[in-house]
Design a protein around this ligand. Structure first.
Ligand code: NAD
Length: 252
């Protein structure tokens, strides 16, 4: 018996990186998973599904742009159609962006990052919680960042969105705790996904400086924390943002 046996749910941004690793780990722990990502990422999304099925798990792909309310409606409906229940959700899809100091950020760039990284999580949680209330409970984990816990130069839209996500997580946790819905977040440090893979050795050295372990994390190391928070192993934990960051926060 895995820690997610009998559970059904969804992971957004699951065509790659942390989302793919979470979908796979949740399935290894016995969950049935809807793997979701943008339509343009259907192919790698279907690859996540194939990896789960090849290992004997159950998964399906459903396209969803998290910034679109109608896509979020369709995503929850798809999970219910396939599995008949929504027990967990990992709101993980996110985009980077940045490079400018706040005074130079284009208004449209700010709006774009907020639309996906903050409003997208609001749109998702709202629908997931409505369903979990009908189903008698559930567990949600949102992917923040250690940039959701401190300011980072030249990253204003991203830090604003991730701080907002941490706030939404706390708010939902206190509002729905008595309804048996737990809501938590993870705050990854630098993880080896597309972003870190493209970095020069100099940039990687700079990125690693605050990470006390002096290495970049693997998506599977975040996935393990996400699945722990999603599972009943974390039954007395709600409203927290768990740093998964090789000691970065500890060293601030
Ligand atoms: P990634 O680029 O591998 O994965 C992000 C996924 O989100 C992609 O598959 C992408 O197609 C999808 N996506 C983008 N916009 C979307 C939208 N509007 N709707 C649905 N899906 C969308 O990167 P990752 O590192 O795995 O990122 C996952 C999350 O982790 C993000 O929220 C990111 O901010 C956060 N994070 C990453 C790091 C890191 O170092 N990699 C650190 C802290 C936080």
């Amino acid at each position: 018996m895995g820690s997610m046996t009998g559970r059904a749910g969804l992971v957004t941004g699951a065509a790659s990186g942390i989302g793919r690793a979470t979908a796979i780990r949740a399935a290894q722990e016995g969950a049935r998973v809807v793997v979701s990502d943008l339509e343009l990422a259907r192919e790698p999304g279907e690859e996540t599904v194939r990896l789960i099925r090849d290992a004997g798990g159950e998964a399906h792909f459903q396209a969803c742009d998290v910034s679109r309310a109608e896509d979020q409606d369709a995503l929850v409906a798809f999970v219910l159609e396939r599995f008949g229940a929504l027990d967990f959700a990992h709101n993980n899809a996110g985009i980077g962006g940045g490079g400018e100091l706040l005074a130079d950020v284009e208004d449209e760039d700010f709006d774009r990052v907020i639309a996906v990284n903050l409003r997208g999580v609001f749109l998702g949680m709202k629908r997931q919680i409505r369903q979990m209330l009908r189903g008698g409970g559930g567990s949600i984990v949102n992917t923040a960042s250690n940039a959701g816990l401190r300011g980072v130069k030249r990253l204003a839209p991203y830090t604003a969105a991730k701080h907002g996500l941490v706030g939404l997580t706390k708010n939902a946790a206190v509002e729905y705790a008595e309804d048996r819905i737990r809501v938590n977040a993870v705050a990854p440090g630098t993880i080896m996904t597309g972003f870190a893979r493209g970095a020069t050795p100099e940039r990687l050295a700079q990125i690693m400086k605050p990470q006390a372990m002096q290495r970049i994390g693997e998506p599977e190391e975040v996935a393990a924390a996400v699945v722990w928070l999603l599972s009943d192993d974390a039954s007395f934990v709600t409203g927290v943002t768990l740093p998964v960051d090789a000691g970065s926060v500890a060293g601030w």
